[in-house]
Design a protein around this ligand. Structure first.
Ligand SMILES: CCCCCCCCCCCCCC(=O)SCCNC(=O)CCNC(=O)[C@H](O)C(C)(C)COP(=O)(O)OP(=O)(O)OC[C@H]1O[C@@H](n2cnc3c(N)ncnc32)[C@H](O)[C@@H]1OP(=O)(O)O
Length: 215
């Protein structure tokens, strides 16, 4: 199980005024005890699709399987606040399949430390990770660092990434995000991504604390 930030959780019945919710109704149970394995299989499938050259017959077979699986999920759609993909804090990246599956090592007002292993699904070109996935990783963990520092929800105003050296696949990387300074609602966040001692990328970002009711 990943270490997770200690965030306030709200009950689903809490009054909500229409803005970005200031609290997350987090869970370790939604989707059942095997939900993490399920997400793991989805991620493995995405890796395998990215890597495969299927025969025409296999493509047809998988297409039929996927249609069948999608049909099974149709009646189970829920909103973003109660989907386990995003609120299961016991899973890598809160079980959010949109995000690279980072593991939180430590998280609090002083910053967020995590590990990430990019895989074939995250391929950019010639063996290196796609820069967009690096930015996605920094946006989420930078947003988390900002939220934990100011105890409020923020949105990204800008996110600047300096790609200092190639970000590899299939190697555990260390990512750190921390608040550099706070000026009113403006939260300036920095970040680094390392393979061992080698700096792969750096982040310089501004997050804005949302006002009550702000979307
Ligand atoms: C389960 C546990 C989970 C816990 C953690 C969950 C983490 C989840 C993390 C998820 C993370 C994912 C996050 C995402 O992906 S969020 C998705 C990506 N971001 C957006 O879509 C944001 C779109 N933009 C807006 O909504 C508004 O523009 C915002 C809200 C950002 C500001 O509009 P607002 O009307 O509110 O404020 P303001 O305009 O008065 O500006 C206020 C101040 O800021 C300064 N300013 C503004 N923009 C810029 C700029 N570009 N460069 C420099 N400065 C800028 C501005 O000059 C002013 O300064 P000052 O005059 O006061 O000095």
């Amino acid at each position: 199980m990943s270490a997770q930030p200690d965030v306030e959780s709200s009950s689903a019945s809490d009054a909500h005024e229409g803005g970005f919710r200031p609290t997350f109704d987090v869970s370790t149970e939604r989707g059942g005890p095997n939900y993490g394995k399920f997400v793991g299989q989805v991620r493995e499938f995405m890796d395998r699709v990215r890597a495969a050259l299927p025969s025409a017959e296999l493509t047809d077979e998988l297409l039929a399987d996927l249609k069948s699986m999608n049909a099974k999920l149709v009646d189970f759609e829920t909103d973003e606040w109660t989907s386990p993909s995003g609120t299961r804090i016991d899973l890598p990246a809160r079980g959010n399949i949109t995000l690279p599956p980072y593991d939180i090592v430590d998280a609090g007002p002083d910053g967020v430390d995590a590990t990430i292993t990019f895989t074939r699904f995250n391929l950019g070109g010639n063996g290196a990770a796609h820069g967009g996935f690096v930015a996605l990783l920094f946006d989420d963990l930078g947003g988390m660092a900002a939220a934990l520092n100011i105890e409020g929800i923020c949105r990204t105003a800008y996110l600047k990434i300096d790609y200092r050296s190639l970000t590899p696949l299939n190697s555990e990387l260390a990512v750190r995000c921390w608040v550099d300074r706070v000026e009113g609602r403006k939260v300036y966040v920095r970040g680094t991504l390392h393979e061992g001692d080698r700096l792969c990328a750096e982040m310089d970002a501004l997050f804005i604390k949302l006002k009550p009711g702000q979307p």
